[in-house]
Design a protein around this ligand. Structure first.
Ligand SMILES: Nc1ncnc2c1ncn2[C@@H]1O[C@H](COP(=O)(O)OP(=O)(O)O)[C@@H](O)[C@H]1O
Ligand SMILES: [Mg+2]
Length: 237
């Protein structure tokens, strides 16, 4: 399990997170939703080691990793994407994906094979030799997910992977995310604004509002939760 327990983060006078507890179990896809500024990215930063909770703890498979740095957690199996992350423009698409595999100690030839397998899975094999900088926006976002899987993580944290995509591209990506636990043995924490996508893809959904956990449950439970509907779903749907 990847657990955030009693996590709080303040930025000056802003309480970005207050006493948030969320866990992702093996094989699970957990959605993380909430209005802009609710603290979603901050929670992913805390879980992946880019932000220290104060107070609060992060456990990975029962081990306290709160003090472990991001690269140490990456070695232990936590991979994440950033909102609006870019590829290396001058490396090929396949090389972009191979980089994390090489960084995790796989030989170059094996890393390239893994990169090509991941591209084939994304149905983007034909783009392997293109430069990272030459891709269209949606293609770049899909390659960024393939790249984060090249580290062969057990937990993948995706920060708005479908942001700015067409509905067709977002639906395709949703299908691919749904395949990740079974195919790669990797659990997913998915931050996403598209409520339909979250409800279709996720086993459980956590709702943040003003840095607090408003609700946690199955998609069905969340859609019927009055506090969620009035604070969040009611306003946007
Ligand atoms: N590095 C930072 N410095 C100061 N304030 C921050 C920082 N990161 C986030 N915040 C603030 O913390 C709150 C939560 O931000 P964030 O986690 O990015 O929300 P979300 O991802 O849900 O949109 C917001 O009010 C944001 O302005
Ligand atoms: Mg965010």
């Amino acid at each position: 399990m990847l657990q955030a327990i009693g996590v709080s983060v303040r930025f000056g006078g802003v309480a970005a997170l207050t006493d948030v507890t969320v866990a992702v179990a093996p094989g699970e896809i957990v959605g993380l939703i909430g209005p802009n500024g609710a603290g979603k990215s901050t929670l992913v930063n805390v879980m992946s080691g880019f932000q220290h909770p104060m107070p609060g703890q992060v456990f990975l498979n029962g081990r306290n990793v709160t003090r472990d740095k991001a690269h140490e957690r990456a070695i232990r199996g936590i991979s994440r994407t950033f909102q609006a992350a870019r590829l290396f423009a001058n490396l090929s698409v396949a090389q972009n994906i191979a980089v994390p595999a090489i960084a995790h100690g796989h030989p170059p030839a094996e890393s390239e094979r893994l990169a090509k397998d991941l591209l084939a899975w994304m149905e983007m094999a034909g783009l392997a030799d293109q430069k990272g900088g030459a891709l269209a926006y949606a293609e770049e976002r899909k390659v960024a997910i393939a790249r984060s899987l090249a580290a062969q993580p057990s937990y993948l944290l995706l920060d708005e992977p479908a942001a700015g995509m067409s509905e067709a591209d977002a639906n395709y990506l949703a299908e691919k995310i749904r395949e990740i636990p079974g195919r790669f043995g990797c659990s997913v924490l998915l931050i996403e604004h598209n409520i339909n996508m979250v409800m279709n893809v996720c086993d459980r959904v956590a709702v943040l509002n003003f840095g607090r956990l408003l609700a946690l449950g199955t998609p069905g439970e969340i859609l019927e939760n009055e506090a969620v509907v009035s604070a969040y779903l009611g306003e946007s749907e």
